[in-house]
Design a protein around this ligand. Structure first.
Ligand code: PEP
Ligand code: MN
Length: 407
């Protein structure tokens, strides 16, 4: 299937995407339609020319001339005491990017998981506490983390709040760009935004035609990715990203086959343009050595210039004894090492890292060096969704990976 024949979404009403594609059950379709109309009348959040610039920078990564660092929260929050200032998020990424650049000898390209990471795919539709069952938290763009019935009811006004929250973060970034020269030098000279393109009413309402080129862009963020749960080839999420000119990433989990990879390439990047398509593999430390080589081979065989990025966190999540979701630093590092080893053996470029992290001194992931033990997890467990590396763990991972990335 080519991009031009895949029109499952364009022309279709985005409000009628079925619930099984991780879309929330919005209680009032008329209210959602109003919100979508309002979003459609608001200014785009990012510009087509900045999306094109990121494509050019990702093309350099695909050619092996740079290294991508993509990171941020699992789920961004609109507000509250746990929200991390944008400046701190960028400083954390900048410190890692500087370590990676000096250790690897390659320039870093930094992309935040921010200014739009407000929606989460979930494995279960509900959450149970004691004898109470409520809709699961799906991100601040949908409902509230607080465990009460009203807070957990999907509210379409939150899509407007997500737009305003993203707009605030983007204006923080613009302010930092003019005032903090050293920060932007460490970030690699520029900084881009990304999030999972999950809520199709939101994404399609912010899709605009560029008057200069006539092309469509999803202007909610620069890089849009499709998650492991919504990457079905004939699904509405893939149709959406196939229809826009942004750089696009697809998460690849352990169930992915060579055929999946081949079909994703034909759908998203039929013309083999470097910078268009990124595969973010999240296979797990134990599976990366066995599972990654055939997927890389398929890409090479197809003549695809896709960029390879390692997400070493999502394949290494487990539930600790007291029910807390966590990850072990050593497993995360093992998947990064495995990813680099596989690419070295095959002669392809280990293009980057995709991480859930925070500059805050949280105790969400365990490690043997700080150390953070299982009994410490409850001390500062602040995430709204998945466990993040804290600032120290994130920098340690960059220090370990950097020398292995020297070409
Ligand atoms: C995520 O990035 O938070 C996520 C849900 O990842 P995946 O789609 O890879 O499971
Ligand atoms: Mn996550």
């Amino acid at each position: 299937m080519t991009a031009s024949t895949n029109t499952a979404l364009s022309g279709a009403n985005p409000l009628h995407v079925p619930v099984e594609h991780q879309q929330p059950h919005w209680p009032d379709p008329d209210e959602l339609a109003d919100v979508v109309r309002t979003l459609g009348s608001l200014p785009a959040l990012v510009s087509p020319s900045d999306c094109d610039e990121l494509r050019r920078r990702l093309a350099a990564v695909a050619r092996g001339e740079a290294f991508l660092l993509q990171g941020g929260d699992c789920a961004e929050l609109f507000a509250g005491p746990l929200i991390e200032p944008t400046r701190d998020k960028l400083r954390c990424l900048a410190d890692m990017a500087a370590v990676l650049a000096s250790g690897s000898g390659l320039p870093s390209l930094t992309v935040g998981r921010l200014a739009g990471q407000y929606a989460k795919p979930r494995s279960m539709g509900t959450e149970t506490r004691g004898d109470r069952v409520l809709p699961v938290y799906r991100g601040d763009a949908v409902n509230d983390l607080r465990f009460d019935a009203e807070a957990r009811t999907p509210n379409p006004q939150r899509l407007l709040a997500a737009y305003r929250a993203a707009d605030r973060v983007l204006s923080d970034i613009r302010r930092l760009r003019t005032r903090s020269h050293a920060l932007f030098t460490d970030l690699g000279g520029d900084f881009f935004t990304s999030h999972e393109a999950l809520l199709l009413p939101y994404e399609t309402a912010l899709t605009r035609s560029d008057p200069a080129s006539g092309r469509k862009y999803g202007l909610s963020g620069h890089l849009l990715w499709i998650g492991e749960r919504t990457r079905q080839l004939n699904g509405p999420h893939m149709a959406f990203v196939a229809s826009v000119h942004n750089p696009v990433a697809v998460k690849i989990g352990p169930t992915a086959t060579r055929t999946d990879i081949a079909e994703l390439i034909e759908l998203i990047d039929p013309h083999r343009e470097p910078g268009r398509l990124t595969f973010i593999t999240r296979l797990g430390a134990h599976a990366v050595h066995d599972m990654l080589p055939p997927l890389v081979d398929e890409v090479v065989t197809r003549g695809s210039p896709a960029t390879w990025v390692c997400d070493p966190v999502h394949g290494n999540t487990f539930t600790a004894a007291d029910g807390i979701k966590t990850r072990q630093f050593e497993a995360i590092w093992a998947e990064v090492r495995g990813f680099i080893e596989v690419h070295r053996a095959l002669g392809t470029h280990p293009g980057g890292l995709h991480l859930e992290l925070t500059s805050r001194n949280v105790t969400e992931c365990m490690d043997n060096h700080t150390p953070v033990h299982e009994r410490d997890l409850h001390l500062r467990y602040e995430t709204a969704c998945d466990p993040r590396l804290n600032g120290g763990q994130a920098l340690e991972l960059a220090r370990l990976a950097a020398p292995l990335l020297r070409p």
